[in-house]
Design a protein around this ligand. Sequence first.
Ligand SMILES: C[S@@+](CC[C@H](N)C(=O)[O-])C[C@H]1O[C@@H](n2cnc3c(N)ncnc32)[C@H](O)[C@@H]1O
Length: 203
Amino acid sequence: MRKRCAMKALFLLASIPAVSHGVHAAGADFRAQAASSAQEKNPSPRKGPDVQYVPTPHDVVEEMLKLADVKKSDVVYDLGSGDGRIVITAAKRYGARGVGIDIDPERIRESQENANKEGVADKVKFREEDLFDADIKEATVVTLYLLNSLNQKLKPKLLKELKPGTRVVSHNFDMGEWKPEKTVQLLGSTVYLWVIPASPPAN
Ligand SMILES: C[S@@+](CC[C@H](N)C(=O)[O-])C[C@H]1O[C@@H](n2cnc3c(N)ncnc32)[C@H](O)[C@@H]1O
């Protein structure tokens, strides 16, 4: 009986929905940890999103690409790519190649449709993957709209796998102690730019 109650509690924890942008970070981290320890004991076949889908407004997308100084020769990766708008815009406006990575198959389908509609299907690819496991080494620009806690978790991967000189832009969320090279405010949003250094920053 006690075992059955414990299993039920674990199931309830595992079914907590993805963190939204409005949730307090400490509570969010606690729930993410609880859900992941429940998953370890009661493995489910698929991991859900770490953050809910909220699209970046188009004007902010334009600013992110401008701040990253995207060119035709770039390969733009959006980690958590939603409806694909960032890589699709990079392909349409600058002729860049783009790769969108999202864990939600519905978002991947939508992105592929959008790329077809916008006539850039030959320039962009969408991969259904966990962004923390994705091979990102060919990127020359990486875009993010996640959470502070997810940026922090992602930082070691970015610094390890990306080539020096790769630009990283994030909508609204910073990298803690790793200070941005530039910051732009527009329409109530903040856009941050970092450049991957030849040797890792102190923090
Ligand atoms: C806030 S939305 C940003 C969408 C898009 N980048 C934009 O700026 O319009 C975050 C996206 O990340 C995806 N996501 C969340 N956790 C993920 C993970 N672990 N791996 C890949 N994608 C993830 C969600 O499905 C969602 O589409």
